[in-house]
Design a protein around this ligand. Structure first.
Ligand code: ADP
Ligand code: MG
Length: 756
């Protein structure tokens, strides 16, 4: 029989080697709770219901098999035994959290219920056993509020409003100002709301509460926001989520209690310094939900921000020291930067979660390089640690600045910030002095009002917000980026080239480490205002003689284009694709243009219109274009080939031109066009009295050609998945747009290393 429940904490870490730490079965959170427990860190005891149960739950029409009920009873007995408390016991009640946890973290995307196990009896027991009635009633009202929201799916707003009214009635500003009696009254109001909205009283049976919550966590796997998050992040729907049931520890037991979120390094910059936030007298949800703006973890960070409220390092030095020790143990154990949730209950530290932290591309580079330098990981591992696509953030200055996130509430570890960081968007959160008027679509700050559509610039690393558009820097491969690229190149087999057709693009590509040009399209060179007239003359000419007159005007221009690119690529291979699009693309499309073009080309308007109509292609991807145009008018390719070889011969360091015949569908087409290119090359070599190396080939781009070829060549792109495929089939190189060259270098290295 499948085991669906695994226990952790209190010296227990269930399961055999296949289950221990297995994220596929225990989910990420469960596997790491188990992992932390197994290395002796302070983890509140609990148990995990596996992801396999989630899948089975959906397969069984959303119901639980009886065997699981017995297993869950065993899990509860474990928690009771370790804590010495009993679930539903009126005198010494055990409270638990019910937490979701998929294989990969989906921050804030699925629901958690805290303080479960409270009812009208146990709340009194908790008040007595803790000696703190205020705390007990606060926990009960939180529980009802959360349960009503997550499990009963009642309107969240009504409960928020009741809380606000309770505070206003007393003239309070903070939740913490509410007394035990205030909270008792609020609980009564909450229960009335549940009865009114749900039509039944709030569940008093703690086992009903538990199964309701477990069902809701499984249910949240199919919530709209979870589905959208999965779609955005390519997470399969059949993975399911695990459910973790864990003894509650309380950060809201007064001034010696707290809760916090931390990273073992700075996730924005990668700096090797503890980074995080905490709230005194609060529960975990308060930090991540962004309701109160939290305090800094370290003294240095507080001072740097010029903030007054004491850091944890200053306010709770002993617990902070213990936390720092745990940070170091976790980094060594998991060999990566960790994102951690913790709670302090009356000066005792409890670890509630750890996972590899999301980070910016800049931080990913720095952390990978620093960890390799420190010997924690190898340089190959460092290369494998950085997501090639994330480098995009560093390679397009400002390009994504238009999409950033600025919030008035919450801290730097709030969900908004974490999710934004993962998406590579700059985020500045908790800018408390912003006054946002959502209805009026305005934002006020320091006497200034901004409206919808106004541009602001965010620096997600420093938290600065600047009015207007601030110039950004051209990226360079220096520092950690440069170091990682050197390591990546050492692990790489395939070459990386760039797609480029201007000297500027070619230079950018070289600066980013391209080893040649994989695709230089020539048609763009014809659209230049000075040349288009000659191109049109060539198209409108009646015979070859007329075409050659026009082509003679284009030859020196093309030669200049190629010479400039070859010079930048000094000796490297350059693949040049001969003219590809159908000719009508060069003719005017609008009535207003016809007269002007006809005059410039020296033909009548009617001739021009007729020619345009003749050349019009019904299907722009097929028809009379590419090599088929070359077969009809070989003098076009002859001119281009001549320009290529004359340019190549004119340089001191000859490049290796690779002439690409476009849109080849059959062998014969390639043979005919290769002959044109070879003849042009021989003619130029004879005139110049020198020879250079060159290649003639084609790009297989028609399905017909792909089906008929024996192999394929030159998969172009900066897409890591395609690059991995190219590595697998043994291709020589990939070619990407200049800004993607570093991404391709890293992806090619990762693909090669993955095969080792
Ligand atoms: P998420 O996946 O959204 O981060 P979690 O399951 O981690 O949700 O729970 C949200 C918050 O509740 C966390 O910040 C954590 O600190 C708090 N929490 C969860 N379980 C417990 C517990 N057993 N005791 C105290 N706080 C808890
Ligand atoms: Mg969490």
């Amino acid at each position: 029989m499948t085991q669906y429940v695994f226990r952790f904490g209190g010296g227990v870490s269930d399961g055999d080697e296949t289950v221990r730490g297995n994220k596929n079965i225990l989910g990420g959170k469960g596997a790491n709770l188990d992992g932390m427990a197994s290395i002796g860190l302070p983890v509140p005891p609990g148990f995990t219901i596996t992801t396999e149960m989630c899948t089975a739950y959906y397969a069984n029409g959303q119901s639980f098999p009886d065997s699981v009920r017995a297993e869950v009873a065993g899990g509860l007995a474990h928690i009771e035994q370790v804590t010495g408390k009993a679930f539903g016991d009126a005198a010494n009640p055990l409270l638990v959290s019910v937490r979701s946890g998929a294989r990969v973290s989906m921050p804030g995307m699925m629901d958690t219920v805290l303080n479960l196990g409270l009812n009208d009896q146990t709340v009194e027991g908790l008040a007595t056993s803790s000696g703190d009635a205020r705390f007990a009633w606060d926990s009960y009202r939180r529980f009802i509020q959360m349960y009503a929201d997550v499990v009963l799916e009642l309107d969240h707003g009504a409960f928020e409003e009741a809380l606000e009214i309770a505070k206003e009635d007393q003239g309070y500003y903070l939740d913490t100002e509410l007394s035990a009696d205030d909270l008792k009254a609020l609980v009564a109001e909450y229960k009335r709301l549940v009865q009114a909205e749900w039509g039944k009283p709030f569940p008093q049976d703690v086992h009903d509460q538990l199964w309701g919550a477990v069902g809701a966590v499984f249910g949240s796997w199919e919530s709209d926001r979870a589905k959208v998050y999965r779609r955005l992040n390519n997470i399969p729907g059949d993975w399911g989520t695990a459910v973790n049931v864990q003894a509650m520890v309380f950060g809201n037991m007064g001034e010696t209690s707290a809760t916090g979120v931390a990273f073992t390094r700075d996730p924005a910059t990668g700096e090797n310094a503890y980074y995080g936030e905490y709230l005194i007298n609060a529960q975990g949800e308060d930090v991540v939900a962004g309701i109160r703006t939290p305090q800094y973890l370290t003294k240095a960070a507080r001072e740097r921000a010029g903030a007054k409220p004491l850091s944890m390092e200053e306010a709770m030095p002993a617990v902070y020291a213990e936390l720092a020790r745990v940070f170091d143990i976790l980094e060594t154990h998991y060999r990566d930067m960790q994102d951690i949730e913790f709670t302090v209950e009356r000066e005792k530290l409890w670890m509630l979660q750890t996972r590899s932290g999301k980070r910016t591309a800049k931080a990913a580079l720095k952390i990978a390089v620093d960890m390799a330098d420190a010997g924690l990981i190898t340089t190959d591992e460092a290369v494998l640690r950085v997501d090639p696509m994330a480098l995009d953030q560093l390679l397009h200055p400002g390009m994504h600045a238009a999409t950033g996130i600025l919030t008035a509430r919450g801290g730097m570890t709030s969900h908004a910030a974490v999710v934004a960081r993962g998406m590579g968007r700059p985020c500045v959160s908790g800018a408390g002095s912003l006054q946002i008027d959502a209805a009026g679509k305005t934002l006020r700050i320091a006497g200034r009002t901004l409206h919808e559509g106004d541009i602001i610039t965010l620096d997600g690393s420093t938290g600065e917000v600047m009015a207007g558009e601030v110039p950004t820097l051209q990226p360079e491969l220096v520092g950690d980026f440069g170091t990682l690229m050197v390591w990546a190149d050492a692990g790489r087999r395939m070459k990386v080239r760039a797609n480029a057709e201007t000297p500027l693009d070619a230079q950018t590509a070289r600066d980013f480490g391209a080893e040649g040009i994989g695709l230089c399209r020539t048609e763009h060179m014809f659209f230049d205002a000075a040349r288009i007239t000659a191109v049109r003359q060539m198209i409108l000419a009646d015979d070859e003689k007329g075409r050659r007159v026009a082509l003679d005007k284009l030859l020196p221009e093309q030669r200049k284009d190629f010479a400039a690119i070859f010079e930048v690529m000094a000796g490297l291979p350059v693949t040049i694709r001969l003219l590809d699009p159908p000719l009508h693309e060069f003719l005017p499309h609008q009535e207003s243009e016809f007269a002007e073009v006809a005059a410039a080309a020296g033909v009548g308007i009617e001739v021009l219109k007729q020619r345009a109509a003749e050349l019009h292609e019904f299907n722009p991807m097929l028809g009379h274009r590419g090599c088929r145009l070359g077969v009809t008018y070989p003098e076009i390719y002859e001119m281009q080939a001549r320009a290529i070889f004359e340019a190549a011969c004119s340089l001191a360091v000859a490049p290796v031109p690779e002439v690409m015949i476009p849109l080849v569908g059959t062998r014969r087409e390639l043979e005919l066009m290769k002959d044109v290119v070879d003849k042009a090359a021989e003619a130029v070599f004879a005139e110049q009295g020198k020879r250079i190396e060159y290649l003639v080939g084609t790009m297989i781009e028609l399905p017909r050609a792909a089906l008929m070829a024996l192999g394929i060549c030159g998969e172009h792109g900066g897409d890591p998945a395609s690059i991995a495929f190219c590595e697998k089939v043994g291709l020589d190189y990939v070619s990407a747009s200049p800004y993607r060259v570093p991404i391709a270098r890293l992806a090619a290295a990762q693909a090669a290393l993955a095969r080792k």
